[in-house]
Design a binder for this molecule. Structure first.
Ligand code: FES
Ligand code: FE
Length: 422
């Protein structure tokens, strides 16, 4: 099997009783990638940015939905707009600044100007345009914009499931995440790093909730830092891999943190090291609730298809082509908590910064795997780890041990549903 003359047949590409065999060509076929753009990236809800990146009227920031360049603006009325960076005159990019504050954008080519809601404000030498309909000459807009706990998502489809429906069980993780701020809000204000890897985007999505690899791929950082992170992903770990449905997956580390029962243990530290944060949390939520929050820590969840919340940072996955993907990474910041925010930034730089210990290891695996699946045999990747011990939690979600591939299978079963749709 290689390239397909007709449309791909998914029962020939994902096989096995529980979809535990995935054909290598789904990572390498340009045709499948094109179809993914239409059926996933330009149809479902995709994470774009956070409201805290455009806090004031007329703020804007350049973002993306896959290969599409999107300008996220906050207009004069305070509404968030997702505009496509393409001039309706002859196609030039209208915005080149990465971020800023302006009420309008002027195209550098012939000077057409657009309000930050997308509407055409005017063009130079208007006398040449008698009879043309200005109302049809605005910037393209992402059809639907949805916001949940400050996280802004966009969908190119006019109709379809609501953002709340799409997020499903992942909503609970976002609700839990914001509780780590004494003010109940997350901010994305630390600035982004970009890592480009020569790999298919799905290898990255799979890896984010793969609890099997850390002991091997990240052995060096676990040794150097002598941290307890490695134990979270061992065969003895009480942590749980979960298929949350709708393509969302997580490694739920709370059972381990609760077993240890130490506030701020999830962050590799203790209450005494962050007195300001801890006292604000207690004042905001009361002793008991604050303790629970500070023991449980923040989620490790992959929100399909492109938002990975990795306890202390977020990754935004942007596919550019079938074998080229950018990860945009930034530290989470908890509103009203400057002492922990500084450490969140430092730990993010140490783990996924340019000289960081974690992401470089993962990226190397992504690229080697991409090269590997170009080999003709054995054709299939086997994601059957933990099949015989899959079980359901009290909410009915499939779970497995921390190192099991129940999460990976969850991603593929949702993916298949999306790709089989007309
Ligand atoms: Fe933008 Fe001509 S292409 S004004
Ligand atoms: Fe990793």
């Amino acid at each position: 099997m290689g390239e397909f003359s007709a449309r791909p047949k998914w029962d020939e590409l994902i096989k096995g009783e529980k979809g535990e065999y995935v054909h290598g060509s789904v990572y390498t076929s340009p045709q499948i990638f094109e179809e993914e753009l239409e059926k996933i990236w330009y149809r479902t809800w995709v994470y774009v940015g956070h409201v805290s990146e455009v806090p004031n009227p007329n703020d804007f920031v350049l973002k993306s939905i896959g290969p599409q360049a999107v300008i996220m603006t906050r207009d004069r009325e305070g509404q968030i707009n997702l505009l496509l960076n393409r001039c309706p005159h002859r196609g030039n990019q209208v915005c080149l600044e990465h971020r800023g504050n302006r009420g309008s954008f002027t195209c550098p080519y012939h000077g057409w100007t657009f309000v930050n809601t997308g509407a055409l404000r005017g063009y130079p030498f208007a006398a040449g345009y008698e009879g043309s309909d200005r109302s049809t000459l605005g910037l393209g807009k992402v059809a639907r914009v949805g916001i949940y706990q400050g996280f802004v998502f966009g969908s190119f489809a006019d109709e379809g499931p609501s953002l709340e429906e799409h997020l499903g069980a992942a909503r609970g993780a976002l609700d839990a995440l914001v509780m780590s701020s004494p003010e109940g809000e997350i901010e994305i204000t630390a600035g982004f790093l970009q890592h480009k890897a020569k790999t298919n985007w799905k290898f990255i999505v799979e890896n984010e909730t793969d609890g099997y690899h850390p002991q091997f791929v990240h052995a060096s950082i676990f040794d150097v830092a002598s941290s307890g992170i490695g134990d979270l992903y061992s065969a003895d770990s009480t942590a749980v891999a979960r298929d949350m449905g709708d393509g969302h997956t997580e490694i739920d580390l709370r059972p381990e943190f609760r077993r240890i029962g130490k506030p701020m243990g999830w962050f590799g530290t203790s209450e005494e090291r962050l007195p300001d944060y801890v006292s604000k949390m207690r004042a905001a939520y009361g002793n008991e609730r604050a303790n629970e929050i500070m023991i449980d820590g923040t989620p490790h969840i992959m929100i399909f298809p492109n938002l990975f919340i990795a306890e202390i940072q977020i990754f935004v996955i942007q596919p550019l082509s079938v074998d080229e993907t950018v990860q945009h990474v930034t530290a989470l910041q908890f509103k009203g908590a400057p002492d922990i925010n500084r450490r969140l930034r430092q730990q993010t730089m140490g783990s996924v910064g340019p000289a960081g210990f974690l992401l470089a290891d993962d990226s190397e695996m992504y690229e080697r795997t991409q090269r590997g699946v170009h080999m003709r045999k054995p054709e299939w990747n086997y994601i059957g780890r933990g099949l015989a011990r899959e079980r359901r939690d009290e909410d009915g979600h499939l779970i497995g041990d921390a190192t099991d591939e129940v999460s990976t299978r969850g991603i593929w079963s949702h993916y298949r549903k999306l790709m089989e749709a007309e």
